[in-house]
Write a protein that binds this ligand. Structure first.
Ligand code: M6R
Length: 363
């Protein structure tokens, strides 16, 4: 049931504050400022994580790599499942494999799980459908409590995956002695603010819709980000191409001058995802390079970022200021809305885009 919404996708976008709140409440002890360690995982004994998934779930894993490395000093290998399953990568004996899947039936992700299991790895699955094959075959189940996701373009499952992974990375940081109880408390409090921040960002819907009218006219679009905003750029580009069929690519902002800058002209807008964080200034120099070549910038940032960037943009979407750990969750929303409204303007079948299946059970 779509309720008052025109498509399942937009309904699911709007469900995110609730779904994320619900999922976080499962993994965090909010009253005591503690991230719960999932039972069956001894983070102090693990020396390497390998994360495997496809599509949007892979991008959730990519964000998690930054979190686990930074907060828990745990090295993370991140792989696309279709590559991982055949690569015969040597896995650490004290490693943990995490697979991520909304449906729990993705053929390549399941094959990766089986490969890792065969190599003696313990498997944790971040999964939304609890009766799925991946959920059944994993040693440790880390449910996302997103409810059924109908739109082929994943939205609420993505932020629910990020919620599980963020909470688990904080728990790992504490268990490994990297984070103090005080650090942990701060991060848990920051995460608990996500639903409220998401509500605020959903109010930008009209501004984003107006911008989508412009985006619907272009043939190509670039997304840039650094740090955890890099996987969000990848996810933004995937969302746009999946449902609007506009060619979009996500790049690490620092890679711009290693090739993609050759594409920049006034016909190729550049969406820059840049909260005012420790790498913000670096991204500003990339935006200047774009602007100097006549590129039109859509900047997604906060008030501080807007002031510090001091750059002419086609549009600037201003989000509230927030701690770094929560930016991937909250900045996912404007890129989802931008793709959604663009697709609606293009008149595509938003919930059932051409050539795509909700669950990819063949390789
Ligand atoms: O069910 P899964 O999470 O394993 O699916 C993985 C991908 O097929 C999925 O995320 C796909 O990329 C979506 N269409 C993205 O919107």
């Amino acid at each position: 049931d779509k309720g008052n919404h025109r498509h399942f996708m937009v309904k699911e976008i709007h469900e995110q504050p609730e779904v994320v709140g619900h999922t976080l409440a499962h993994y965090l002890d909010l009253a005591n400022g503690i991230a719960k360690v999932p039972s069956g995982i001894d983070f102090a004994a693990i020396d390497r994580l390998s994360i495997t998934a496809c599509g949007t779930a892979y991008y959730a894993g990519f964000v998690a790599k930054y979190w686990f490395e930074r907060l828990a000093r745990l090295p993370v290998d991140i792989d696309i499942a279709s590559e991982f399953r055949y690569r015969e990568q040597p896995l650490s004996r004290n490693g943990l494999s995490i697979v991520i899947s909304q449906s729990g039936e993705t053929a390549d992700t399941l094959a990766s799980l089986r490969y890792a299991k065969g190599e003696g790895q313990k498997i944790a699955a971040v999964v939304n459908v609890q009766e799925s094959t991946i959920a059944r075959e994993a040693d440790i189940r880390l449910p996302t409590l997103a409810g059924a996701e109908i739109g082929v373009a994943s939205t609420k499952a993505f932020t629910a995956q990020l919620s599980v992974l963020a909470a688990t990375a904080v728990a790992a940081g504490k268990a490994r002695g990297v984070l103090s109880a005080e650090d942990e408390g701060k991060l848990v409090r920051a995460l608990s603010e996500v639903p409220r921040l998401m509500h605020q960002v959903l109010k930008l819907d009209e501004q984003i819709e107006a911008l989508a009218r412009e985006l619907a006219k272009v043939k190509h679009c670039l997304y840039l980000g650094r740090g955890t905003s890099y996987p969000i750029a990848l996810e933004g580009a995937l969302k746009l191409k999946e449902i609007s069929y506009i060619h979009a690519e996500g790049y690490a902002a620092g890679e711009l001058k290693h090739g993609p800058i050759a594409l920049i002209d006034e016909d190729m807008p550049v969406v820059v995802i840049a909260p005012y964080d420790r790498v913000f200034e670096k991204t500003v120099s990339n935006m200047q390079e774009v602007a100097a070549r006549g590129g039109r910038i859509i900047l997604i940032t906060d008030r501080k970022g807007q002031e510090a960037a001091a750059i002419d943009t086609l549009a600037t979407i201003i989000l509230p200021e927030m701690p770094a750990i929560v930016t991937p969750l909250v900045y996912a929303i404007p890129v989802q809305l931008l793709a959604y409204h663009t697709a609606v303007f293009m008149g595509t079948d938003v919930d059932q885009p051409r050539n795509l299946a909700k669950s990819v059970t063949v390789e």
